[in-house]
Each structure stands twice: as C-alpha cells, then as structure tokens.
Design a protein around this ligand. Structure first.
Ligand code: 3HC
Length: 555
C-alpha cells in the first residue's frame, strides 16, 4: 500500500488545520480543506489568506506565488469531496469519539490505499485507529504551532501501522522541507512529553507567587536562550489545549511533574484561553491578537529605581575582579575590598555590597577569604543603614539575612552566562525583602546591560530549577526507551525552536554540573519529590565520563 501522495485532505481548519493546509499547498500538493459549516470554512479561508498576505507584505512571496498556492486549495463543507485524497489529516477537536466518527466516515469515502492521519497532540493513535476498517493505514502526523514556521513533524506509528505507510509519510514530510521524527505511540510523543513537564513546573512557580509572569518568561527566554518564555508559549498554544495535553500525559505518567495545575484549570474555565480569546497569562489587543497590551499585572514605573550608585565588591579572586570591571565599566563608583578579613569600613559609603569571594577561598586557612557567616555579620555592622547586601555565591538569602540582621535588604544574585537572547542576573529574595531593595537591584542589573529576574530564593532560583529539571527529565525519557538521543534532540530543537536539544545541552553544560544541580534540587525537597531524583542514566554518564551526543565524543 501507500502510493505516491499528491492530493491531501485536511479536516478542521482552525489555527493548526489551516497552518497544515498552507504547508501542503506551499509544498506543491493539491489540498482539500474540509470544515463542518460555511462559517468555519470562511474562518479557515480567512486564516489562509491573511497568512499569504503577510508573506507578500514581508516580501517572502510575490503576488503570482500567492495566487498559485491559493489555487491549489479547495475549501469545502462536504466530506465526500475528499474522495481523491491520497492522504487525509484530521485536525478536529481532541475528542476520541469525534475522531472515530471522522475516520469511520473516511473509510467509506477515500480509496483503500489512502493514508489516514491524525494531528492529535494528546490522544493515542492506537486508540484512534482501533475501530477503523484498516488500522494499518492509520498514522499520527503531529505538526507544531505555528505549523508554517516550526520544522518538526512527529510521525507516530502504532503496532499495526504498515511500514510502507510510515515510510511514505516520512518521505512526504521531508519533501515539504520539514524534519520528521518517527516515534512510537506514547503519551505526549516526544516533544510534548518533555515540554509539558517543564511547563507544569513553570506554572507551579507562578501559582505559588514565587516569580512574576514577566520575570518567569524573561528567565527562560533570555536566561536559558529559549525562543519564548513558558507563559507566552502557553498563550500561543492555547490554555485549553495545554490543560488537555497535560491531563493526558499525567494520566499515563502519574508523575507529580505532570500533575494538573489547578490555576490552569481555573483560567480555562474562566475563558482565559490565551491569544485566541484575547486573554491568557497576558492580555492581547483582541481575540487572535499577537501583541501584548498592558493590564492590571503589568509592572508599574516604580518597579525599577536608580537607588544604587556606589557599589562595594568583597573578594580577591577572578569572579570579584570581573565583577569590579563590569560594574565600573557600567559607570558605577566601585570600592574593591580584596581582603575580606581586614578592615571593612570601605563599604560604609556603598548602596550595594556584593560578596564575591572564590567559593573555596573562604574555607582555606591563610587565604584572604573569610567565612561567609562571619563576613555577613560584619557587613551588617559596617554597611550603612538601607544598603543592600548580596552574594553571587550559592548561599541562602534567608540565612545571610538572619546573620546580617538586614532582613529587608539581603539577597542572593546569580549571574548567568549570556545566551543568544541576552543575559539574565537573578535576584533571590526572602519574604521580608523590601520593594525598595528589589526596585534598586532591578535598576542596577539593567545598568549592567543585563535583564533582572526576581524570585523567592528557592533551590536553583528560576533558570536552573526549570532547566535542570527538564534536562534530567530528558535523560529519564531516554532511559525509558521513548526515543533515541538524536530523535529527542531533533524534536526539541525543531519542534520548539530551542537553540539545541537537551542532550547537546547537557554535553555543553557538562553532565556533572547538571547532576550536581539536580542533586541539590532533589535534596532541597528533602528527597520527597521523586520526580526530581537524578536519573540513574545521568549518574552513569557522569561516572563513566561518557557524553550523550556523538558530536561531543568526537571533540
Ligand atoms: N503563524 C504563522 N507564522 C508566524 C506566526 C504564526 N502564529 N508567528 C510568527 N510567524 C512567522 C512570522 O511571520 C515570521 O515569518 P518570516 O520570517 O517568514 O517573516 C517568523 O514566523 C518569525 O516571526 P517573528 O519575527 O514575528 O517572531 P519570532 O522570531 O519571535 O518567532 C516564533 C516567532 C517562530 C513563534 C518563535 O518565537 C518560536 O519558535 N517560538 C516557539 C514556538 C513553539 O514552541 N511552538 C511549539 C509549541 S508546542 C506545539 O505546537 C505542540 C502542540 O501539540 C501543542
């Protein structure tokens, strides 16, 4: 079976369906789009023409090219018009009974050797195929949003899918200029399985009020270099869709990592569905709008201040030296105290005092370093009232606040390596940190040409807590035989637009570093959060010193 695919049907012309029609038509195929009513058919036509018009106005397509693509597309409300299709992709709502009805009708319309595909993001392809006449021709073809832009297409085969069908669909996807990843039928397939663990962890942080929506998104877009922050992405995908996918994955994994978020449920029930309804985590200029508009949660002008002008840096190592150069270069007056054990009166004029000793030097006898507890007790005495005390080391903000006696003004700072989207400096606070301190630090960090992310001081703050949990989850997924290293990396890089896949990232950061932070995150929960437990395969790679990716082992 599986002849050459030239004519394609797409059922359901919502955002995904219309995007899929566009991909096929741009690839030179004849496309028949089917909707249930004239009204929905018009909406589908509208999405397609707007997308073509945008391409013309951006100079990506000329008028003749636009017409040629549109001429390949027929939009109809008659399922019977699908008779000549070699492949039909359904993109109807995620209700199993509805999919069964559609596939049952198709069995009586298309040729015996036509392929029936589902773009489901959450339902089992096996369950969709089971009652059909020819389950061997049923397959999953999972596009990513926005379909015309994202390169990945997951091709999902069941135990019964004919190999020739899988091969034909994979070749078709390749011919469209997309990147196919062929995988078995497991909950969330590859990309969504990893994505939704991460999104859920991010949701928990906002739900707990440990970080604002803007800072959370900045943390992952700028701090981790991802194309969008998690909340912006959920608004794009649709919160109802996210809620549904999350539920299905949790139904299979039963891992607290995927446990349904009650905040998400409340938002969906309230009609806050993301961009499509004009309001999700953010507000948009209207239903379907792309641009965010200000709302009651948008930070006010007083969120940042220029309260910090003079800075003291304590420490004599490379970290302190680089910090002094950077802060001075940004135009702040800097006092550099290289001997933390000596006279600290030099900090008295500073608006901000940063402890930046080499982490080991404080413990070494005879070194200029000083035990951090002693140092913060002394800084509490020496700094002027209202000055901010901070450390760039991995100490606890609350411990240092208690020791210094400066509950309102003591924080931790985490300076991240720059990514393709800029650089983040995180600020870890306690519940007593004052708004003035936070505003002053935000202003200071911007002054360094970095972006501030303020959160409650919990292990890993935001960037590491989310990134390392996701990386550990990718290793667990590999260990559970979901897919290969190459397929998981391809799925994430081309389905979600990350700069690299999780395994390339682990090899880039160092598996030992990922393991160390994961162990900290796990022990930070007292060992109760089993889903944060380091994957045994990660431990193996560290102990045996083996990279995950071929590229890394060739180095
Ligand atoms: N529809 C069609 N095209 C779009 C679009 C949309 N909604 N949004 C952006 N584009 C196009 C633009 O027209 C532009 O095209 P051009 O280069 O030909 O002119 C191109 O994408 C880049 O757009 P912008 O310059 O406006 O914006 P960005 O550079 O920020 O890119 C993005 C936008 C491509 C959406 C990027 O932010 C990204 O890759 N985000 C991650 C998206 C993602 O993770 N998708 C997967 C979600 S999960 C999923 O779909 C699975 C499902 O089962 C839930």
């Amino acid at each position: 079976m599986a002849k050459q695919i030239r004519t394609v049907g797409v059922i359901g012309l919502g955002t995904m369906g219309a995007g899929i029609v566009e991909v096929f038509a741009r690839g030179g195929l004849t496309v028949i789009g089917v909707e249930s009513t004239e009204e929905f058919a018009d909406r589908g036509r509208g999405i397609l023409t707007r997308s073509m018009d945008r391409a013309v106005s951006r100079g990506k397509l000329d008028e003749a090219g636009r017409q040629e693509i549109l001429d390949r597309i027929t939009v109809t409300t008659e399922m019977g018009d699908l008779a000549p299709a070699d492949l039909v992709v359904e993109a109807v709502p995620e209700v199993l009974e509805l999919k069964h009805e559609v596939f049952g009708r198709l069995d009586g319309i298309v040729a015996e050797d036509a392929v029936l595909a589902s773009n489901t993001s959450s339902l089992s392809i096996t369950a969709i195929a089971a009652p059909t006449k020819h389950p061997e021709r049923v397959i999953g073809v999972h596009f990513f949003n926005p379909a015309p832009v994202m390169q990945l297409v997951e091709v999902i085969h069941t135990l019964r899918t004919d190999q020739a069908v899988t091969d034909a669909v994979r070749d078709l996807v390749t011919g469209l200029g997309k990147r196919p990843v062929v995988v078995g039928d497991r909950a969330g397939f590859v990309a969504n399985y990893l994505l939704f663990g991460y999104l859920n962890s991010a949701l928990t942080m906002v739900e707990h009020g440990h970080v604002s929506r803007e800072d959370l998104d900045t943390a992952m877009r700028v701090g981790a270099g991802l194309p969008m922050g998690p909340l912006t992405l959920m608004d794009l995908v649709g919160l109802d869709v996210c809620h549904h996918i999350g539920d299905v994955i949790y139904g299979h994994s039963r891992s607290p990592l995927h446990a349904p978020s009650s905040m998400l449920e409340r938002m969906v029930v309230s009609g806050r569905l993301g961009r499509k309804s004009g309001r999700g985590f953010y507000s948009y200029e209207g239903p379907g709008g792309r641009d965010v508009v200000a709302d009651e949660l948008t930070p006010g002008e007083d969120a940042e201040s220029a309260g910090i002008r003079t800075v003291a840096v304590v420490g004599d190592g490379t970290v302190a030296g680089e910090l002094v150069a950077r802060v001075e270069g940004a135009g702040y007056a800097v006092t550099h105290l290289t001997d933390a054990s000596g006279d600290l009166s030099g900090v008295a004029a500073a608006d901000l005092v940063i402890e930046a000793q080499e982490e080991d030097s404080a413990a070494e006898d005879g070194a200029a370093g000083r035990d951090v507890d002693e140092l913060f007790a002394a800084l509490g005495e020496a700094a002027r009232s209202g000055a901010v005390l901070a450390t760039v080391n991995t100490y606890s903000a609350v411990a240092l606040a208690a020791i210094s006696g400066r509950a309102e003004d003591t924080v931790v700072l985490r300076v991240h390596a720059p990514t393709g989207n800029g650089q983040v400096i995180e600020v870890g606070t306690t519940h007593t940190t004052s708004a003035a301190t936070v505003a002053a630090l935000r202003g200071f960090i911007r002054g360094l040409d970095a972006e501030p992310v303020v959160s409650r001081d919990r292990t890993g703050l935001v960037v590491d807590a989310l990134l390392m949990t996701y990386l550990n989850d990718a290793v667990r997924m590999l260990d559970e035989g979901y897919a290969t290293v190459e397929d998981i990396d391809t799925a994430i890089q081309f389905g979600l637009g990350y700069p690299m896949g999780p395994f390339a990232m682990i090899d880039h950061i160092g598996a030992d570093e990922v393991l160390a932070v994961t162990e900290e995150l796990f022990s930070g929960t007292g060992g109760f959060a089993q889903h944060l437990m380091p994957s045994p395969l990660l431990v193996e790679h560290v102990l045996l010193d083996r990279p995950f990716t071929q590229g890394a082992s060739d180095d």
